[in-house]
Design a protein around this ligand. Structure first.
Ligand SMILES: C[S@@+](CC[C@H](N)C(=O)[O-])C[C@H]1O[C@@H](n2cnc3c(N)ncnc32)[C@H](O)[C@@H]1O
Ligand SMILES: Nc1nc2[nH]cc(C(=O)O)c2c(=O)[nH]1
Ligand code: SF4
Ligand SMILES: [Mg+2]
Length: 209
């Protein structure tokens, strides 16, 4: 981006629920130091959702980038809520210009802006053609969430390709521990389908943010 473009993008505003520095707790990048930026709002309201994402502070990109600049890290995870509701390619380019590697956590209801380096998709629907439409180039990781009851959400049809195939048991909201029945379903599934691996929310298990 040239300097004129950069300065106009810098004034754009995101509704930011919270930002914090921690270790990636989920998926194939577990343990990686990461700046989490949680954007407000979602297009779904999943019964198991572990996140309050309604409240927000309106921050310009300029302000947001200066607030995260003190973290000793150049890796962002955009999450929410549903970050695809606010992010676009100009915002991604702005943070790329500042040297950030950018991952996203998305529910798979719509496409991800160009320039994102790593896509973690945890679909909350069973519409495989929608996944092919939005992720025709593939994703970095699938991360299917498994509940204790009901049909497994992993489609029998071919998914867009991924580098990593993760399944996660739903964590109980009162104990911050995996639901034991969901966990057993995940273990059984991985042992029968060896392309898939178990992902636990390690941040909850070790008591970090
Ligand atoms: C809070 S969501 C935000 C991103 C996006 N809306 C999504 O659903 O992927 C981040 C991750 O947390 C997972 N998640 C939410 N509630 C959970 C729970 N109770 N147990 C385990 N994972 C959960 C989601 O499946 C998703 O992978
Ligand atoms: N440590 C940690 N890792 C995470 N990975 C995805 C998270 C999210 O809420 O999107 C999350 C989170 O909230 N904390
Ligand atoms: S899509 Fe993600 S953020 Fe939205 S309600 Fe479901 S789990 Fe929570
Ligand atoms: Mg979380």
């Amino acid at each position: 981006m040239n300097r004129v473009d950069m300065s106009s993008v810098a004034e754009r505003v995101l509704k930011v629920n919270e930002y914090f520095y921690s270790l990636q707790g989920e998926g194939a990048r577990q343990g990686v130091p990461t700046i989490f930026i949680r954007l407000s709002g979602c297009n779904l309201s999943c019964s198991f959702c572990d996140t309050d994402f309604d409240s927000y502070e309106a921050l310009s990109l300029d302000e947001l980038s200066s607030r995260i600049a003190s973290y000793p890290c150049k890796s962002i995870v955009w999450t929410g809520g549903e970050p695809t509701l606010q992010l676009d390619s100009a915002i991604v380019a702005y943070f790329k210009d500042l040297g950030y590697y950018q991952a996203i956590e998305t529910n798979g209801m719509q496409s991800v802006p160009e320039g994102i380096d790593y896509i973690s998709c945890s679909p909350k629907h069973r519409n495989v053609s929608m996944l092919h439409k939005f992720f025709s180039q593939g994703v970095s990781e699938w991360r299917f969430l498994i509940e204790p009851e009901g049909a497994l959400p992993i489609p029998k049809e071919q998914l867009p390709k991924a580098l990593h195939y993760c399944i996660s048991p739903v964590f109980d909201l009162t104990t911050d521990r995996p639901n034991p029945i969901a966990l057993q379903r995940c273990i059984d599934y991985c042992l029968e389908h060896s392309q898939w691996r178990l992902s636990l929310q390690i941040h909850k298990l070790i008591g970090i943010e």
